[in-house]
Design a protein around this ligand. Structure first.
Ligand code: IMP
Ligand code: MG
Length: 175
């Protein structure tokens, strides 16, 4: 299994700081933004993004599953729900990556029924070429090609999350 760097740590951290500054400027200095992170892939991104947003910010976690190995089963299931209600909150969903779009489409629909004041999505990576369902992503860190990535929270069957850079995994001609 060969490994190749796609986005290094310095580039990641610079972009995360830009996203944080962008969010604060979009919402204004007084607004408390409520980040909803999708476990587990997005928790490292969330931790860095949260600290890059100056001023009031809160967070919560939701866990969904559709992935086993490198491919999606297509069916999204809720594994752990949020702890807090979303009413009156300006909610930003923090996703690690948008691939087929199914996870995000499910999440947008599910969270919208809880009547947040506003609902936006910030994804670190976007595999635009893989999209199967149309879904709105408000802020994207990096658009990447159709390759399977690990590191900075991204895993393959639970492993490789702790790598500081984002890497492409190559395995016997697999994508
Ligand atoms: P979607 O529902 O197909 O958009 O899948 C999104 C989810 O698939 C992400 O939240 C990730 O958990 C997972 N995923 C998609 N591509 C990758 C990848 O290249 N590496 C690790 N996880 C991925
Ligand atoms: Mg995920």
């Amino acid at each position: 299994m060969a490994i190749e760097t796609m986005i290094d740590e310095a580039t990641l951290s610079a972009r995360v700081r830009e996203l944080g500054a962008q969010i604060r400027s979009d919402y204004g200095p007084e607004t408390s933004v409520h980040l909803v992170s999708v476990l587990k892939g997005a928790f490292m991104f969330m931790a860095d993004l949260m600290r890059a947003i100056e001023g009031p910010v809160t967070c919560d976690f939701i866990a969904l599953s559709s992935y086993e190995g490198r491919s999606s089963s297509g069916e999204v299931r809720l594994q752990k729900d949020l702890d807090y209600v979303l009413q009156q909150r300006d909610v930003i969903v923090v996703e690690d990556i948008v691939d087929s779009g199914r996870t995000l489409e499910y999440l947008r629909r599910n969270l919208a029924t809880r009547r947040p004041r506003s609902l936006a999505v910030c994804a670190l990576l976007d595999k635009v070429q893989r999209r199967e369902v149309e879904v709105e992503v408000d802020l994207v860190g990096f658009v990447i090609p159709d390759r399977f990535v690990v590191g900075y929270g991204f895993d393959l069957d639970g492993l490789h999350r702790t790598l500081p850079d984002i890497h492409v995994l190559e395995r016997d001609g697999a994508r």
